[in-house]
Design a binder for this molecule. Sequence first.
Ligand SMILES: N[C@@H](Cc1ccccc1)C(=O)O
Length: 467
Amino acid sequence: MLSENERKIVDYLSKEPSREVTSLEISKDLGMDHNSVLSLLELLKSKGIVNTETQEIDQVDLTEEGKLRREKGLPEDILINEVLKGNQLKVDEIKKIMGKDFSIAITWAKRKNLIEIKDGKVVPKVTSYRSPEYEALIDPSRHSPEIDTLVSRGLLKRSRRITSKVSLIKKVETKDFLNAVTHEVLLSKEWKKKDFRPFNVEAFPPFYPVAKKHFFKLFLEKLKDVMVSLGFKEVITDYVEIEFFNFDLLFQPQDHPAREIHDSFAIEGKGKPMDQNLVEEVKSMHETWWKYEWNQEISKRLLLRSHTTATTARTLAKRPKAPFKSFTIGKVFRPDAIDATHILEFHQLDGLIIEDGFTFKELLGTLEEIFKGIGIEKIKFKPAYFPFTEPSVEAYGLIGRLGWVELCGAGMLRPEILETVHVKERAGAWGMGIERLAMLYTGVDDVRKLYSYDIEFLRQRKVDIRW
Ligand SMILES: N[C@@H](Cc1ccccc1)C(=O)O
């Protein structure tokens, strides 16, 4: 049984059965894609209807640059024309006329001995010129010795193409089948005279992939779901931040190396004026405890936030009423050398809990709950240091064959911070990096792949979390 396209080819070949034709001719005459013709011929061959003989033919095609040169002319041709027209032009004048083609034009004109340069002037050595390569560029299918030169100049490229020589070896009745039961077919009673085309019920249907969300986006959304289900409210603030929220409000002194705990991307300009009462409170807190002169100008400097704890600082500045639970997930920016585990912009999740009598133990318990939410059952804590929390810890999770993996930094917000924002209750905070977790759950071994646009790669990704 022949398909409609197979039949078209057989019909075409049957017109002049003794003539040998090529797949390229079939493709051109029947208006079918050449690759489809090749695969249809393979089918016909396997059914013993045609014989094919594969040939490889060399062809040359114009490159993008070649197309341009064909339109505008070769640089040395343009140059020599200008020189002949302009009567001993200076090199500088030629430079102006030729623009960025100047050096290619001079190189080729000299190589071909068309010009010489004397006393800063370009002197022609011929009275007219048109390069033989240009003729070859107009019609690259003619085999001329210039083709090689054009290939080496990057104006033409060679490629090999597979074609087939085809001959019909079996006569087949190409029956005209009915494709469907239509109104006309019924009325004309055509169905009594002709057969219906049999369907191949074993053939695979074409694959139409259903669009889905980017797997990393999906991962971020799942994390949000966990936080929301634990009663945290989402807060979103901007990437461009003032040092006041990235550092000062978090009790990182301006003249202290702690300020350098994150190298950051500075941005030109200054931030808008802020709540001056809060500024005064922060100033006095820094000056009382760190004993230096706090400078408001420094706190106005702009940067790309280096941690999402800046969002927590902004939340605190609004003097939230306890009990209060918030989180943020967003990008942060730190200068670094990019490799499989480092990128300059990555995501963090920061959380904040304010509650009367909230304890350090409760903070650790909350973190355990969050990590359980994303399938990490075993967690341990190690003492750590952050300028804005005391006590501070780092949390580690036991993740499959990877062993203990660092998950986040956390601690009880320092009283110096809570006082400046007039929060009387106690507060816990934490910040965790997201990319590493996402890599663990999505089987990606290079952090850059989390941002991939490669459709094939993306189609194969799954977010594999039991939560
Ligand atoms: N901001 C810290 C993490 C952290 C947040 C909140 C409290 C304690 C630690 C970091 O980026 O490493």
